[in-house]
Design a protein around this ligand. Structure first.
Ligand SMILES: [Ca+2]
Ligand SMILES: [Ca+2]
Ligand SMILES: [Ca+2]
Ligand SMILES: [Ca+2]
Length: 214
């Protein structure tokens, strides 16, 4: 099936089946693909995709401009003034940033979650969900729904800084910034060279360091 919109701020909705589907979403075209079908929509201002049973995977691509990706365990979207792609109920969401200044904002679940930060790759996962954000200039992750939430980060080959004050923390590399707040435990791994610094004062979580940090 194909559907096309040529003007206005039209909305298209793509639905899954009880089987496993993949939702390929982008600013101009989006497609839901499953066993025996492929539904394509193009030119819509907004596309919503709804996933139910099965293992459903959403792959969202940004535009060449500045975009914002916002993801929670149950839903995610990427948008700017010209488009919006939204997915709900997916087991895994991968978002890819390309040109522009792109920001990702991620939120935890009520259960135990793990945030991994590594070389322009940020992943949060917990029971029944996984969200991956790649190549964003900045990521901001909030843990505020409870559970025992952990941050694991891995340094880059350049100079890295891990900073923290009270409950707001950040991790800077030459290429990107990762901010996170509300986590119980932070594990810092510094095995990739450069000068890795920790500047944490008055923090209310546990920091464990591995490798070389000063
Ligand atoms: Ca499905
Ligand atoms: Ca972009
Ligand atoms: Ca949590
Ligand atoms: Ca480093």
């Amino acid at each position: 099936m194909e559907a096309m919109s040529t003007s206005g701020k039209d909305l298209a909705t793509l639905r899954d089946t009880a089987g496993d589907e993949t939702y390929f979403a982008g600013p101009t075209q989006s497609r839901m693909v499953g066993s025996g079908f492929s539904n394509l929509v193009s030119g819509f201002f907004r596309v919503d995709a709804i996933a139910t049973d099965g293992y459903d995977f959403a792959l969202m691509n940004d535009s060449a401009g500045d975009d914002r990706f916002v993801a929670r365990p149950i839903s995610a979207y990427i948008r700017n003034d010209n488009f919006m792609i939204y997915g709900r109920g997916f087991d895994r969401v991968d978002a890819y940033a390309s040109g522009g200044n792109d920001v990702a904002q991620l939120f935890d679940s009520a259960g135990n979650d793990t945030l991994v930060v590594r070389n322009e790759f940020t992943k949060i996962s917990g029971m029944g969900y996984q969200i991956n954000a790649r190549n964003f200039e900045a990521t901001r992750t909030m843990s505020n729904l409870g559970g025992d939430d952990i941050v694991e980060f891995f340094d880059s080959s350049g100079n890295d800084t891990l900073g923290g004050q009270a409950n707001t923390d950040w991790f800077n590399t030459p290429a990107y910034h990762a901010y996170f707040t509300g986590f119980n435990t932070v594990k810092a791994r510094g095995f990739n060279g450069g000068i890795n610094r920790i500047k944490a004062t008055d923090v209310d979580y546990v920091i464990s360091t591995f490798g070389t940090w000063i």
